[in-house]
Write a protein that binds this ligand. Sequence first.
Ligand code: HEC
Length: 220
Amino acid sequence: MKRIVLLLVASIVATNAQQPVSKEKALDLAGNVHVIFEHKCNECHGSQLKKPEGKFGYVLDLKRMADNEDYVIRGKPQKSELFRLVNEGEMPPDDHPKTPPLTGEEKDVVRRWIQAGAPHELPAVLPKRTFAVAAPAKAKSPKDIRVTLDVRDQPAAQLFADIAKEAKIEIAYTAPKNEPRLSITFKNGPLNEALDYLVLCGNLTLRWEGEKAIIAPAKP
Ligand code: HEC
């Protein structure tokens, strides 16, 4: 009898390790992990490379990654080398300033993805995430802050709030009567150029007060 009870306990622990998630949540996690890996790993570990770093060249093939127990133990982020590498900031390597380490939130996405069993099916439309490369310590102007943006049809207020948070600058935004919806694809370029483009598209104006961007409707 005692043995049966023990077995039961063991199997409850085992099933708890992998938290079952809804289909929708699984798609969401896979999509977000895909976009993070695309921005922060793919240049060194993508299948487009003849000689990927560490002879590992399939970072966007989530199924192959999840099937490789050297990298991922489904349901067990703490035992997964992949999570250890990103969580401890070993990947991306810190000698590569172009690709910043994962943010706390991004690490958490990777953790929850593995916890959920590392699902690989992607949503029809990949989620949009805003990536900013923080200014180097001696940054003198917003030109020194580089951003990567991949956004489609997002309300201006939300987009500017995301950019301000990621790039750690202040943006004062006065919304016009009809809130513009903005789209931009911009890879690792100066923040001020991205903002110039966005205000042009949204029929807005931009002026800088030191590090603070002031965005307002254009006068008719
Ligand atoms: C600038 C290039 C670069 C970027 C960006 C980068 N890596 Fe790496 N990666 C390397 C190099 C170089 C190695 C091999 C040397 C080593 O193991 O330290 C490596 C090794 C690895 C390995 C071990 C391969 C093996 O089987 O030995 C894994 C897993 C890995 N990287 C995952 C990632 C992930 C996940 C990301 C994104 C979050 C990432 N890397 C981003 C350069 C990079």
